[in-house]
Design a protein around this ligand. Structure first.
Ligand code: PAF
Length: 337
């Protein structure tokens, strides 16, 4: 082969090699682009209606996350127990089959027993005292305990103070509760408290409760005014509401650890950051909405008993405090207020 032909063959081989290199890089780049462009759709579930602050805060979180991730993370919300009641939703977080949940603490206690302290009646002197404790190291360490269950506790929300409604009679004192069948949350402390008050507690998920009121399987329930209003409990035979405010109903915005792990680093931090803001925003919304709900219930004809002397209630449930198994935590909460 002549020297010039050898040179031309070498040149062609070099060019082919260079082309192969460029194609490989191109392949790499496009797969990197595909990853960057991948859209993650997260499911957020809870048990309350579309106009409840639980949902409104999730919606705002969804908007902010969408904007900050340039549409790479989309949060779809499922209110009103569409994808499960609170206990089921919490369990789904542990498996990673639901991504985000806000739930009252009562059913979460079945996964993290220490959280039960928050459901002790008359624990917090006021809403401000509760927020002070929740936003302190005590609250941080309670949220951290969710980690053992594969759940990230993002922020503290609330559902207001719980009051008793019923279809039988006005309830002014524990004596009036005697024999009344009351639906409670699936939580040992709530059950023990209503037993101590002389009522007949029937624990069930909220999804079953409405039918239970309509069919008069139970006579009473206890929930904040906003729940009584938004679920139209007056139409479900609940004629009387006693403003006992026996439990400040704490809620937690949570994310599945499995979801966090599957998101690229930059995206997961944005979701977490917005999740941390959801609770405080929700707490702000509920204060005004609760007042409006009370007015609506009154206008509907529900008899609201305002000046309840809570001391006889407090005395009747005192023994339940002794049954709570982490007295050290309980005392630290009482002292921190
Ligand atoms: O009573 C309950 O189960 C809860 O308070 C509710 C209504 C699901 C809201 O968290």
């Amino acid at each position: 082969m002549r020297k010039s032909s050898v040179l031309s063959v070498l040149l062609v081989l070099l060019m082919l090699g260079a082309m192969a290199f460029v194609t490989a890089c191109g392949g790499d780049t496009s797969s990197k682009n595909q990853d960057d462009e991948k859209v993650y759709v997260l499911q957020a579930g809870h048990s309350l209606p579309e106009n409840h602050p639980y949902e409104l805060a999730f919606k705002r979180m969804a908007e902010n996350v969408k904007e900050r991730t340039n549409g790479r993370v989309i949060i779809e919300t499922f209110p009103a127990s569409q994808i499960g009641a609170e206990r089921e939703l919490t369990e789904a977080l542990t498996f990673g089959t639901v991504d985000l949940v806000v739930s009252s603490t009562a059913p979460i206690t079945n996964f993290v027993p220490d959280l039960g302290v928050l459901d002790l009646p008359f624990l917090f002197a006021s809403r401000e005292a509760a927020v002070k404790v929740l936003e302190s190291e005590i609250g941080d360490s309670l949220l951290a305990q969710l980690g053992d269950q594969g759940i990230i506790g993002m922020s503290w929300g609330e559902n207001g103070f719980r009051h008793i409604t019923n279809s039988i009679r006005p309830i002014h004192s524990p004596d009036d509760l005697r024999g009344i069948k009351i639906r409670t949350q699936e939580n040992d402390i709530h059950i023990a408290a209503f037993e101590a008050l002389g009522a007949q507690p029937t624990p069930m998920a909220w999804t079953e409760a409405l039918t239970a009121f309509q069919q008069r399987v139970v006579d009473a329930q206890e929930n904040p005014a906003i729940v009584a209003d938004q679920f139209n409990l007056f139409e479900a035979n609940q004629k009387y509401m006693s403003l006992t405010g026996h439990v400040y109903s704490v809620a937690i915005y949570m994310m599945s650890q499995a979801t966090y792990d599957k998101l690229p680093e930059d995206l997961r931090e944005i979701v977490l950051d917005e999740g941390r803001k959801a609770g405080p925003y929700e707490r702000e919304l509920i204060i005004e909405m609760e007042k409006e709900s009370l007015n609506r219930l009154r206008a509907q004809g529900m008899e609201i008993l305002e000046d309840i002397d809570i001391e006889p209630f407090r005395t009747a449930i005192a023994s339940v405090y002794n049954r709570y198994n982490n007295q050290e935590l309980l005392n630290s909460i009482l002292e921190a207020q």
